[in-house]
Ligand binder design. Structure first.
Ligand SMILES: [Zn+2]
Ligand SMILES: [Zn+2]
Length: 326
């Protein structure tokens, strides 16, 4: 079955009859799809990263490989952080239709699922936040260090193998009504494949050799995908286990400032849970937050508007509410 007909099948299940009222869909068909996605976009990048390292003596890393690795990491990372997360899941700013589409495509190239699914799962994560129903909480797997270790493994990786699928009709009705987003979502696997083809072709052209196809595919495709994923999965695992907290929130989210430069500022994850509608996760100019800096740059260029960030009074109010609660 092609991905498009799979999408139709999921969509029909989600939108017809009694299923449309269901918050999550959970059946063997969906689990088979999830397992296949996990193998293609999570297991294979890990294996090919090892292959790329083993092949270093024959397929060395030069300027072209470093270039496609960094540019593709930046493009797909901003697609996830500034696009999938801050624009589509939380509507923290507004852009015109072409840029909206470009951000959704850049996010799809990261190989972390189509935009509708990603947004629905993420909104459910905020709704349930470390309670029953949060698909990737590390805090629901028993007490003590063994429980934490089990939770880490689940939140970082194994939950993706098979999990309840949040109903996009319920969790992402705004995107379901947007024909651009539905079209981009339907063609998700093609964008993900494009994320391998582009660096392979660029590297081959830059190196003027067929071997460039292999090195570009490995470093700009597989290794780049693996590296970005480790960062984003750390938000589900590490950023709900270790780090600092400042505000009273229902969930157990944490800030890990040291990770911020490597995951586009996303690791100010506790700040984000406290102010989910804010485009800024750092909440202060001196905190590294490239996902927000990109949005600010779009704003300066006149390409983004209505950029939501809490003002000083709102931050103080929240701090005072936290102090009163503790
Ligand atoms: Zn979280
Ligand atoms: Zn979020």
């Amino acid at each position: 079955m092609s991905f498009e007909s799979e999408f139709q099948s999921i969509y029909t299940r989600a939108s017809t009859g009694r299923a449309s009222a269901r918050l999550v869909l959970d059946d063997p068909f969906l689990h088979r799809m999830q397992k296949r996605h996990f193998i293609l976009f999570d297991v294979l990048p890990a294996i090919f990263t090892l292959v790329a390292i083993a092949l270093l003596p024959v397929v060395p890393v030069g300027r072209a490989e470093l270039g496609v690795f960094f540019i593709m990491w930046l493009l797909t990372g901003l697609g996830i952080s500034s696009g999938y997360h801050r624009l589509f899941a939380h509507k923290s700013y507004v852009v015109a239709r072409p840029l909206r589409a470009a951000l959704a495509i850049a996010g799809a190239m990261a190989g972390q699922g189509g935009v509708l699914s990603w947004v629905a799962m993420h909104r459910r994560h905020h709704e349930r936040g470390d309670q029953e129903g949060d698909m990737h909480s590390p805090n629901l797997h028993g007490e003590g260090w063994r429980g934490k270790l089990r939770g880490f493994r689940h939140a970082h990786l194994t939950w993706m193998m098979a999990h309840p699928y949040p109903n996009v009709v319920h969790y992402a009705p705004d995107l379901v009504r947007d024909p651009d987003m539905v079209w981009i979502h339907k063609h998700y696997n093609k964008w993900a494949v494009l994320g391998f083809v582009v660096p392979a072709v660029v590297c081959a052209a830059a190196n003027q050799s067929w071997m460039g196809l292999v090195s570009g595919f490995l470093w700009g495709g597989m290794v780049r995908m693996f590296v970005l994923e480790q960062g984003i999965w750390s938000l589900n695992s590490l950023c709900h286990l270790v780090g600092s907290r400042k505000y009273a929130t229902r969930d157990k989210s944490r800030n890990i400032g040291l990770l911020a430069p490597f995951i586009f500022g996303e690791s100010w994850h506790h700040n984000h849970h406290a102010f989910p509608g804010s485009a800024s996760f750092g909440l202060a100019w001196y905190r590294v937050d490239p996902g927000y800096w990109f949005i600010k740059a779009l704003g300066v260029l006149g390409l983004a508007r209505d950029i939501k960030v809490p003002d000083r009074a709102q931050l103080r109010l929240r701090e005072a509410a936290t102090a009163a609660e503790t």
